[in-house]
Design a protein around this ligand. Structure first.
Ligand SMILES: Nc1ncnc2c1ncn2[C@@H]1O[C@H](COP(=O)(O)OP(=O)(O)OP(=O)(O)O)[C@@H](O)[C@H]1O
Ligand SMILES: [Mg+2]
Length: 411
């Protein structure tokens, strides 16, 4: 598979030129959807550039499918407009929009073989000589040898590729994918993620991909929009979202974050000095998502893999200028590439630490007293008025029926 992908790969200039020709941009302006008194999607503005691979990421019920269906024309927006490739399509039915959708359950025709499934869109439009196009498509999704098989004779991943080929043969400018890999097991999912990414680069069409799997979104997309409760909380390149989360929801939903409740002791020279229990932490002012005020509260965030762990006996070896917190190991899970520790600290509660598995210190076992330390530049600061655990549950806030959600969000 990799071999074919590399032999077929083209220069960035080729790819850029193709994008100009084939992809359409998507512009949503103030688009919203309400069902009775329940707002599934709050007024949303979104500009997705032509030829990009865009992911809508969020927990179940946050409004991803609703947004996608409004782009496809399968759902009427309550307000706002949808523009595709520079044309307002808000009033157009789905079949008049330059889009195709791939759904989670693929919905292949069981009685038609792979070839006829892929040819279907062309035949329906009355095109008789389909051979060349179908063969090209089958080649693109690497199913050339399986043209005469029926869907039930294919693996899940192969069926998924038929579904993609069947949508792409209509030459949409935008391909919408709603959890297309949801039915696949983890290993196949990972494989298909790379496969879909390769196909997208090759055809240059705009992909809008909906998923609740943060790793999937980060693997595939150039831009990820993190949705929560019918709103986009943050939008950006995967690495940027991960390194610079703007809210506790994004910090917790995208990977894992340690969020430490702290008091701002001083704001000096582009840096904040924080106090959390007996620990003093430093935070660069430019990594702060809230206007800092001496005496105010803040959440200091640090990703688990940015933290190092030493036994308390070696505390003197920790370099000056590092942020440090003492604690006791509660749990250590060896997972091959790394060991994941849970450390309980008086200053910050439970903290996660991921140590790459290079040389393991046998003293770092549950019960051991340790020092956690990290480069202050890796710390980020979030508004302490937010729920510290937002995004830790994999269900959207609007779905919760506890007393914690905003009243207007309850269905
Ligand atoms: N026809 C409808 N009537 C009332 N509420 C609806 C309707 N369709 C969707 N909803 C609600 O709108 C919200 C958003 O639904 P949507 O299908 O967009 O979520 P999603 O993000 O795609 O979730 P999932 O990951 O579970 O597919 C949900 O709370 C859902 O219950
Ligand atoms: Mg959905």
């Amino acid at each position: 598979m990799t071999e074919t992908a590399s032999t077929r790969s083209s220069t960035p200039a080729d790819a850029a030129a193709r994008r100009e020709r084939t992809g359409g941009d998507v512009r949503l302006a103030g688009i919203s959807k309400t069902y009775g008194s329940f707002t599934a999607v709050h007024p949303l503005d979104l500009a997705i550039p032509a030829g990009s691979f865009f992911a809508l990421l969020g927990a179940s019920g946050c409004g991803k499918t609703t947004t996608l269906r409004m782009i496809a024309g399968l759902e009427d927006p309550t307000a706002g407009t949808v523009e595709l490739a520079g044309r307002d399509v808000t009033a157009l039915p789905p079949y008049k929009r330059p889009v195709n959708t791939v759904f989670q359950n693929y919905a292949l025709f069981p009685h038609l073989d792979v070839y006829e499934n892929v040819a279907f869109g062309l035949r329906r439009r009355g095109i008789r000589s389909v051979k060349k196009q179908v063969e090209e498509m089958l080649e693109l999704v690497q199913l050339g040898g399986m043209a005469r098989r029926k869907p039930h004779q294919l693996s899940g991943g192969q069926q998924q590729r038929v579904a993609v080929a069947r949508a792409l043969i209509n030459h949409p400018q935008v391909l919408l994918l709603d959890e297309p890999l949801g039915a696949l097991d983890l290993k196949l999912r990972r494989q298909m993620q790379l496969e879909l990414k390769r196909i997208q680069t090759e055809v240059g069409i705009t992909f809008v991909h909906v998923t609740h799997d943060q790793e999937e979104a980060m693997t595939m997309a150039d831009t990820v929009a993190v949705m929560n409760g019918g709103r986009v909380e943050q939008l950006g390149a995967p690495a940027d979202l991960y390194e610079n989360p703007a809210t506790t929801f994004v910090a917790n939903f995208l990977g894992t974050s340690n969020l430490i409740e702290a008091e701002i002791a001083e704001v000096a020279g582009g840096e904040l000095l924080l106090r959390a229990g007996d620990a003093k932490l430093r935070l660069p002012a430019e990594r702060c998502r809230t206007a800092p005020r001496t005496g105010g509260r803040i959440l200091a965030g640090i990703r688990p893999e940015k933290v190092s762990l030493v036994h308390a006996d070696d505390a003197a070896a920790v370099a000056d200028g590092r942020n440090r917190i003492t604690g006791r190991i509660m749990d250590a899970s060896f997972i091959g590439v790394s060991t994941q520790y849970v450390v309980d600290s008086p200053a910050a509660g439970q903290l996660a630490v991921y140590e790459q598995n290079i040389e393991r210190d046998p003293r770092l076992a549950p019960g051991a007293e340790v020092v956690l330390h990290w480069n202050p530049a890796h710390t980020f600061g979030l508004d302490a008025a937010q729920a510290i655990d937002a995004g830790t549950e994999r269900v959207s806030d609007t779905e919760r029926v506890s007393g914690t959600e905003p009243a207007e969000e309850v269905a």
